[in-house]
Design a protein around this ligand. Structure first.
Ligand SMILES: Cc1cc2nc3c(=O)[nH]c(=O)nc-3n(C[C@H](O)[C@H](O)[C@H](O)COP(=O)(O)O)c2cc1C
Length: 326
């Protein structure tokens, strides 16, 4: 299905996913409870990247809850052989960041921030792409609003090639709008971050429910120096007064240490994360989870998209999935 002259079948239909609703991978925030609830309701649930044994355990736990298709999300700069071995057990793999390359026999979607990246993913054999708009929560791959990027990507790819859209979706009307614009499905992070099943720390969820402003920064770039959209917290207040990206010297330090930090073993990263305070000059991408250090609520990234302003309550993920599909 990946040749230039192939006839494209809607990817979700091929996978047996009934509803045009995909829950984004969100690292340790998106584990089996969330992914299984979304998939079981008819959408496509995604388990976020974890170290390989934990990822395998989460996938097995999700399989015990639902027989529906499940996806695994891999961040290419951090994915090692063990991650790909686990991903082979999933129905779909969603990759993000870095040079797209086929490493799996499962259905493969690559999340992109530009037309060039979408074409590269298609040429590398991706079964479909997710276009990510700049309004999205988490790490930002491009700079265009999602619907504008969708139109450009659609124009550059063969008719019918599966294109999904991420960024700015919170309600059924938003899903309908992206389907009308030619996307096969909507991909939602922030809305599912604010579900009962998400493993975000309760104070992170409270902040997000109360918050409306987000900031695009590079502040939490230790090990992954790149732009990301977050809610304000003590760390952003401490460091972003002069430049929303963060102090230039700090970004330099992040770039210099990234090759080392991005390869640090999970146990070491967890130890570093537990000791972080908002005044620390090397803040990392690990978000606050309900089983992690509470200090990360102030010293870690509170990833959230612009839609956070329109979300006022925590909801069960299955109910959300059905409602979003209209
Ligand atoms: C809390 C949070 C964590 C995220 N973590 C990841 C991640 O680990 N991998 C990934 O591919 N995308 C991640 N994203 C980005 C999503 O894939 C997606 O692009 C984004 O959530 C869509 O925009 P929305 O937040 O407006 O729904 C994250 C987003 C959020 C909100």
């Amino acid at each position: 299905m990946c040749g230039r002259h192939a006839t494209w079948v809607p990817l979700l239909e091929k996978l047996g996913v009934e509803l045009p609703v995909v829950q984004a991978g969100m690292g340790a925030i998106a584990r089996h409870g969330l992914a299984a609830a979304v998939s079981d309701a008819g959408g496509l649930g995604t388990i976020g990247i974890l170290d390989p044994p934990a990822l395998l355990a989460e996938l097995a736990a999700a399989r015990a809850i639902t027989e529906k298709p499940l996806a695994v999300n891999l961040l290419l700069p951090f994915a090692r052989r063990g991650h790909w071995e686990v991903a082979a057990e999933a129905d779909a793999v969603v990759t993000f960041w870095g040079k797209p390359r086929r490493r799996t026999a499962a259905a493969w979607l690559h999340q992109c921030g530009s037309v060039g990246e979408a074409l590269a993913a298609r040429d590398a054999g991706a079964d479909g792409v997710i276009v990510q708009g700049v309004e999205a929560g988490g790490h930002l791959r491009g700079s265009l609003p999602a619907l504008e990027l969708l139109a450009r990507v659609r124009a550059g790819l063969p008719a019918g090639y599966p294109v999904l859209l991420a960024g700015g979706i919170a309600e059924a009307d938003d899903v309908r709008a992206v389907l009308d614009a030619g996307a096969e499905a909507g991909v939602l992070g922030t809305r599912f971050l604010l579900s009962r099943e998400s493993r975000a720390h309760p104070d992170y969820k409270r902040r997000a429910l109360a918050g409306s402003e987000t900031v695009v920064t590079e502040l939490f770039g230790a090990g992954w120096p790149a732009a990301h959209r977050v809610l304000p917290n003590a760390a952003t207040e401490r460091w972003l007064a002069a430049d929303p990206r963060g102090p230039a010297w700090m970004r330099g330090l992040q770039r210099a240490t990234a090759p080392l930090l991005s390869r640090a073993p999970e146990a070491m990263q967890a130890r570093i994360g537990a000791r972080l305070r908002s005044s620390h000059p090397l803040l990392g991408p690990r978000p606050a989870t309900d089983d992690g250090p509470e200090s990360l609520v102030e010293a870690g990234p509170l990833y959230a998209g612009e839609v956070v302003a329109r979300i006022g309550e925590l909801r069960p993920a299955g109910e959300l999935t059905r409602e979003l599909a209209g």
